[in-house]
Design a binder for this molecule. Sequence first.
Ligand code: DGL
Length: 265
Amino acid sequence: MRIGVFDSGLGGLAIARAIMDRLPQYDYLYLGDTKRVPYGVRSQSTIHEFVGQALRFLFRSECQIVILACNTASAESLRKSQQEYLPHHYPKRRVLGVIIPTVEEAVSGLQSPRIGVLATASTVESDAYGREARRQCGAAAVVQRAAPLLVPMIENDGIRYIEPVLDEYLAAFQGLELDRLVLGCTHYCLLKEMVRARSGLPVVSQDEVIPEKLADYLVRHPEMEDMLGKNRERRYLVTDVTPTFEGFAERLAGAPVRLQKVELE
Ligand code: DGL
């Protein structure tokens, strides 16, 4: 059985790569819905429908655990998938999101955490980060800002033009005396050093958080760990392939990646 990593597109490869570096022994299946990215501008019902299709595909492809690396998918569909889909179809499998572990990291060691969150419009509108932070720490204050231009710029090889746009978004956090700034979108891992330098804030970047949290989960759940194949298999599936996607995937994964096209239904 495999570990599935799902993202709306290719940004999740940055997180998948960090997971594979930390836990190289397992078999992995990455699925990116490149045909329908971005999810961050869509409605909750559409995102839930797309995530449902992805989960069906990944479970049929022998994934024991699926990580919704996509924050937008985690915010809009994780709980519903865990409560409504899994118990009826795959009660012994698991879907894990990225928001709970990211918030754990963001509030850790703080009494009254003041947290900034940069994310897609739909993640911000869902208030998933705000709710989770207050659930973990009643005194948490969360300031969220949607950054809709960042994903398209990153996907289109536009990081070299991004500084003024990023500064505009980061201005919302200035003077708020935040303890930490969460990068609440897969793609933003690529900007973490730029954000650190330009905001001057301690940044929580998911490629630095999720692998450790998954390693910890597998230690706490040996019944899941036992099910996982340990042949170092890696497969990268997408719903659309172009030379641009291939180039971007290689830059994110840091190694040659063969993208294989599949249909979700
Ligand atoms: N992967 C999405 C996320 O983490 C960003 C891209 C999108 O909008 O689909 O929120």
